[in-house]
Every structure is written in C-alpha cells, then in structure tokens.
Design a protein around this ligand. Structure first.
Ligand code: LMR
Length: 333
C-alpha cells in the first residue's frame, strides 16, 4: 500500500515537473529533398524554414534534409505517407507511382515556352485541380515551386533529335519521359536522382536531362561533354505534406506556416531563372562541358520529333487535362 502510494506520488510529481517542459517542445517538421542547398529548391527550403520558425516564434522547428540525405527518390513518398517525414518538394514527374498520373502533363515536351505560361497552370484552376487529387492519397499540396527548363546532355554532341538514337538516357520516374526518350530512339532508364552522377561516370547511362542548376550542383559537367540547350521541358516541384499531420496542427500554427509558404514560393519562383542562368555560366567556366545552342531550324526539329508524345500519352494523362493546359498556355499541337 505504502509502496503504491509512493509510486502514485512520484508519477504525479514527474508529470507536474515534465508537463510544462513537454508542452514547450516545438513541433518538428522534417522536410526532405534530393537536391543541393545551392539550387532554387535548396534555397527556398531554407528560406521557408527561416520564415516558418520566425512566424511561429519557436513553436515549430523545421529540419531540412537536402541532397537525399534522409530519403532518396522512391523512398521519400512512402515515408511521407507513413508520416516518417512531414514535408517534401518532389518534381511533379515523380507523382505517377503514387497513382496521380495527371501530374505528368508537366512532362509533355515543349508544352511550356516560358515561366509565364507555366504559372498560368500552377497558379490557376488546373494547379488547384491537381492538388485536389492528392487528398485521396493522404497528401496536401501546398505550393508549386519552379526550377527551370531541361536540356539534354551526353558525351556525344547532340545537335538534333537523331543524335539521341541508341543512347541510354537517365530520366525521372515518369512514363511520359519514357515516351519522350523513345520518341528520339533512345533507351530510357528511370533512376533515383542521387545515383545519376555515378551512373554517368561509370557509363551505366550515356546521358540525361536536367536544368543547369541540377547539372552544375550535382557536378554532372565533370562527366558529360555536351549540354544541348533544348529547353524541351520543365522541372517543377510540388511542396506536399502528410494530410493527417497537417490537419492535426493547431490552426494558428497552420496559418503561420501557410503564410511562410506563400512568401517562400514567391522567393523560389523569383530566384529560379537567375539560379539556372548562373549555373549555366559556371558550367561554361568549368571548360568541361561544351554548350550547344540549337539554331531555330534545329529547335524546330527537336519539337517535331517530340510533340507527337502529347497525343500518344493522352490516354495516360487524360485528354481533358492536356486540353485545359493548352487553353492556359495557348499551345497549338
Ligand atoms: C531529378 O530527379 O532529376 C530531379 O527531379 C531532381 C530535383 O528534385 O530537381
């Protein structure tokens, strides 16, 4: 009896002592991504952390894990759904395996000519409709962040679409990108971003596609002799959170995080172009990769070879969504 009383008293004291301390524990949000710190996404994630921690006055702690430190492509989506990580910003080319193939509309070659056209989609009803589709997967889409326009690289001078023939090309996990490489006669290889440098170095793949910011910060210029400025597609990100976690946050915290996300999104999209321009300059300066700028005729040849992918992928992505994007961007097939 005496012993039980002692245990009860001791636990009560412990709770009284630990209670306030526990109440002051910050909410930890783990934000994982796969690129370097010195990229549009890397910088925007850090900026979001700064704003979010300031605006929640220390009640939230954002732990950013860049460069596939915590999870690689393929692992991170599952980790988010399981709640082992709370926030990601994957390229929308990686949403197919989740079962939301409509996001692959962004991968259709030459569907966007510039950032203004891209923003009509990400900031308009199409972007909102895409985010709605994430809810049934237990996710919430908070924002779209830009990276930039993709260029093809290889150890062979890529002057036109015929030059990709027979090359093993690393792509993200999108079936539309698979069709894109096939349309050029290349051999598509889906692969996690963290493995690309080594695969290029050892010849597991011959080439790849990425915006200059990724090409430079992943040091692909060390292992690729040519970068053709084809600008045939975009890398666009969706910042996503685990819905259960997000809905369970105190409302004042959630709205502070939303306001931090709004400002971080503006920042991301403001710096994206310059970050890519600077990276391209740095690649040129390295002297290791030769930059090929296609002439107007060469660009037309790339387009002619790649645009048929739109029609071919209609049944996968959905005709409605493709047409909704055409309507926003003015694209004429
Ligand atoms: C890639 O896998 O090439 C990109 O999606 C990486 C990234 O997040 O920019």
């Amino acid at each position: 009896m005496k012993f039980r009383l002692f245990v009860a008293l001791a636990s009560a004291t412990l709770i009284a002592w630990a209670g306030p301390a526990l109440a002051q524990q910050p909410i930890v949000i783990k934000f994982s991504h796969v690129v370097a710190l010195d990229t549009p996404k890397g910088k925007a994630a850090e900026y979001f952390k700064k704003l979010a921690e300031e605006r929640t006055k220390g009640r939230v702690k954002i732990e950013v894990y860049p460069n596939s430190q915590l999870y690689k492509d393929g692992e991170e989506m599952e980790a988010l759904q399981l709640g082992s990580v709370h926030m990601l910003a994957p390229s929308v080319a990686k949403f197919g395996p989740l079962g939301v193939r409509e996001f692959e509309v962004f991968d259709l070659p030459y569907i966007f000519d510039n950032f203004a056209e891209l923003h009509k989609v990400t900031e308009g009803p199409v972007g909102a409709a895409l985010f709605k589709k994430l809810e049934s997967k237990g996710l919430v889409g908070l924002a779209f962040w830009d990276n930039g326009f993709k260029d093809f690289s290889a150890n062979k001078a890529l002057k036109g679409p015929g030059d990709v023939k027979g090359l093993k090309m690393r792509i993200q996990s999108s079936n539309v990108l698979e069709a894109e490489i096939r349309a050029l006669g290349g051999i598509p290889q889906k692969m996690a971003f963290s493995e690309v440098y080594q695969a290029l170095q050892t010849g597991v793949v011959d080439g790849t596609e990425n915006p200059p910011s990724n090409f430079y910060t992943q040091k692909m210029f060390e292992v690729q002799k040519y970068l053709a400025m084809t600008e045939h597609g975009v890398i666009e990100y969706a910042v996503i959170v685990n819905k259960k976690f997000w809905d369970g946050l105190p409302p004042d915290i959630r709205s502070a995080l939303e306001s931090a996300m709004k400002d971080a999104t503006k920042y991301a999209n403001d710096i994206a172009k310059k970050e890519n321009d600077d990276s391209l300059e740095a690649v040129k300066k390295s002297g290791k990769t030769q930059i090929i700028v296609p002439t107007a005729e060469e660009k037309a040849a790339w387009k002619k070879a790649l645009v048929p992918v739109h029609r071919e992928q209609e049944s996968r992505i959905g005709k409605d969504i493709i047409e909704a994007v055409y309507k926003e961007t003015g694209f004429k097939p």
